[in-house]
Ligand binder design. Structure first.
Ligand SMILES: NC(=O)c1ccc[n+]([C@@H]2O[C@H](COP(=O)([O-])OP(=O)(O)OC[C@H]3O[C@@H](n4cnc5c(N)ncnc54)[C@H](O)[C@@H]3O)[C@@H](O)[C@H]2O)c1
Length: 365
């Protein structure tokens, strides 16, 4: 298993981030599959890969591929599948066939998110009492911004919550080591009708000026969710894809009985540490100053910033190291299919709570 080889399905926004990270780690990418044989061949040529697969069948029959990265729209990928029935089937299939499944909750792999996790787990901030924060974007701010995520049959019945809220929720549950047990949600479709262009639109593309159809929206541009976690921890999260000026800003604060931590993704190399009886601190990302468990996730010395593309490489480093070891009973420290499945269970509870306007318990069984 030393020389694991990969293939990538879907070469849009995130597929290219996967490819770049794999190349940085020296993992050979055998080929890719796009939405048609022609597009696969063209992308393979552009990206200097050996093979553009003709179909999924063609890819799975290639005996030289050990790991497949699925980077297609949600009806084929995220948070793991379209609903709990599918995600549960994926967890079972992976177990049955002795395969390892990962989900790209890559934001955990910012060096200072690793540091926050290490500090909370070591009790540096005492008992976590409150978590709060947001994930705000503006790329769907205008009625004529368009993406497949707006179509429930491709993106799922939740949008802002499942696309970006699941990252925030995953990060908070992982940093605190506590699962969400109950939710009370308020969801809104702020832009009720959008203009769907008749041509092709890429993720994060600016509005097009051509012909369009008006489409009624059913999914959430915005959500605020009150959260109860295990161990009396409480929290609140706001997500939005219509907040002008916030391109992609995940912010969190964890308030403990001894100190608080706050971090946001637009300034990822600094973490705020709040104190009651001494001056607050701004901790800079610097492996020399970080906890032993976290410093391996900072590749460069202090003063050399690390960002979004680095998080993919760090996640894949852990994932491929696990497969190379070959012991499927060993503890998995990366986000797994089970993690994605539990996020879908959580999304169902959030949806139900908004529909019925009440607190809903989350049952992970
Ligand atoms: N972890 C993260 O940070 C992160 C970030 C962005 C997106 N994502 C997830 O990654 C997935 C892709 O998102 P994106 O923003 O890259 O979308 P995208 O639209 O930019 O790219 C999707 C690509 O998949 C291709 N495609 C569509 N159907 C296909 C099929 N049946 N077979 C092969 N290829 C197909 C499209 O041609 C396109 O190139 C989504 O599930 C999204 O939720 C995760």
């Amino acid at each position: 298993m030393e020389n694991l080889r990969a293939a990538v399905i879907g070469l849009g926004f995130v597929g290219r981030a996967h490819l770049e990270a794999l190349r940085r780690l020296g993992i050979q990418v055998k080929g890719l599959l796009s939405s048609s044989p022609d597009r696969s061949a063209q992308a393979a040529r552009e990206l200097g890969l050996d093979r553009g697969y003709e179909s999924l069948n063609d890819l799975v029959k290639d005996p030289s591929v050990d790991v497949v990265h699925v980077c297609t729209p949600n009806h084929v990928e995220k948070p793991l599948a379209m609903d709990v029935r599918q995600s549960s089937a994926l967890v079972e299939l992976a177990q049955k066939h002795k395969r390892v499944g990962g989900v790209t909750y890559n934001l955990r792999f910012y060096p200072l998110c690793q540091e926050a996790h290490a500090m909370v787990q070591r009790g540096v901030i005492g008992e976590p009492r409150l978590v709060h924060g947001s994930f705000l974007q503006d790329w769907l701010f205008c009625p004529n911004d368009w993406n497949w995520r707006l179509e429930p049959q491709l993106g799922g019945e939740l949008r802002a919550v499942s696309d970006i809220g699941t990252h925030w929720l995953d990060l908070m549950m992982w940093i605190t080591g506590r699962k969400v047990t109950e939710v009370c949600s308020d969801l809104a479709t702020v832009i009720p009708v959008r203009q769907r262009p008749r041509g092709r639109v890429e993720t994060f593309q600016k509005q097009s000026a051509g012909a369009f159809d008006e489409v009624k929206m059913t999914t959430d541009d915005y959500a605020s969710i009150l959260l109860h976690f295990e161990g009396m921890l409480r929290g609140v999260m706001t997500v939005s894809q219509v907040s002008a000026g916030r391109r992609a800003r995940l912010w969190f604060e964890v308030d403990g009985s001894e100190a608080s931590l706050a971090w946001h993704s637009e300034s990822p190399n600094t973490m705020w540490i709040g104190h009651r009886n001494q001056p607050n601190q701004d901790m800079m990302k610097d492996p020399a100053l970080m906890s032993p468990e976290a410093r391996g996730y900072a590749v460069y010395p202090g003063g050399h910033t690390e960002g979004y593309p680095d998080t993919f490489a760090q996640l894949f480093k852990d994932f491929y190291a696990y497969i190379r070891k070959g012991d499927l009973t060993a503890r998995r420290d990366f986000p797994t299919f089970q993690t994605g499945h539990e996020e879908l269970i959580l999304c169902d509870a959030i949806s139900l709570s908004a529909r019925e306007r009440r607190w809903v318990p989350v049952n992970y069984k």
